[in-house]
Design a protein around this ligand. Sequence first.
Ligand SMILES: [Mn+2]
Length: 344
Amino acid sequence: MEAVASFKKELSSPKKIFITTHVKPDADALGSSLGLANYLIKKGHEVTVVTPTDYPSFLTWMKGNDSVLDFSREDHQKKATQALDEADMIFCLDFSSLKRVNDLGEMIRQSDAYTVNIDHHQDPEDFADFRYWSTQAAATCELIYELIVKIGDKNLIDKDIAECLYAGIMTDTGGFRHPNTTKNVHLVVAELIEIGANASQIANWIYDSNSVNRLKFIGFAISRRLVVLEDLHTAYFTISKKDLKKYQSRTGDTEGLVNYALSLDGIKLAALFSEREDGIKISFRSSSDVAVNKFAASYFNGGGHKNAAGGKSDQNLKETIERFESLVEENQEELFAGESVSVE
Ligand SMILES: [Mn+2]
């Protein structure tokens, strides 16, 4: 592959490298960033990882976490900007549009640095000099692993790097349960475990780190904020600002909540509407044949993967829900066409 060869050549002499990922990084975003960063540092490069916002505390075990700069923090901005200005190379990981990194997006667009986009989301924007992209990949971490192997540096993947990459693959496949859990996913994680990734420890760090508040919040959401539209094979949560405040919600606390709605028997489409400072944030999940990313892109200014997507709305919570319900009803034939469910 010629593109990989020229990319490899870019890395053949020490470079100043800037790595960033999408807002509110998840395990794949942070794991791919720190997995790649640790590898590039081993190769002799100077690396700065900058996230556009903060991220959940259950990810802070990853090696290199302590050096990550959060661009939304005033005390980190100057250092992050300087790193971007001085960068020879910029890596954009786990996102396909520069809109996904807030103010950093325009700065990256203006930069003359060699820009690399490694990602598995739909419809990538054309902003990179080198793009390593596949929607067939379950996680960006899977692509990072593949790329390092293609470069011929598999021997540089150590336990710390393997654990960063394992975390992203584990969470982006929903703990190896989503339809993107392919044979290749299992082959890659088998290699990562062989290298030293501790699978049960990582699952423990990520999934078993609830605070009492968070567990009570989930209980509250399920008992009071879940709406099931059985006839439409749809279930959703609505979480207001007040709810979030009452349970002292922290970054990451609503993560995974939407999956409880999808776990219901007969439910093919699930959503979580949560009221934030800048509007209603929406997470969509769907069963294998329902393309929720198209729905998110058409009606809620969003996108993502076929079975896991995001969106937003500038209307209030009530208006957003009403619109959502009528859109599902109007589009039910198309939405559920691939599923063996009855649609009148
Ligand atoms: Mn991802």
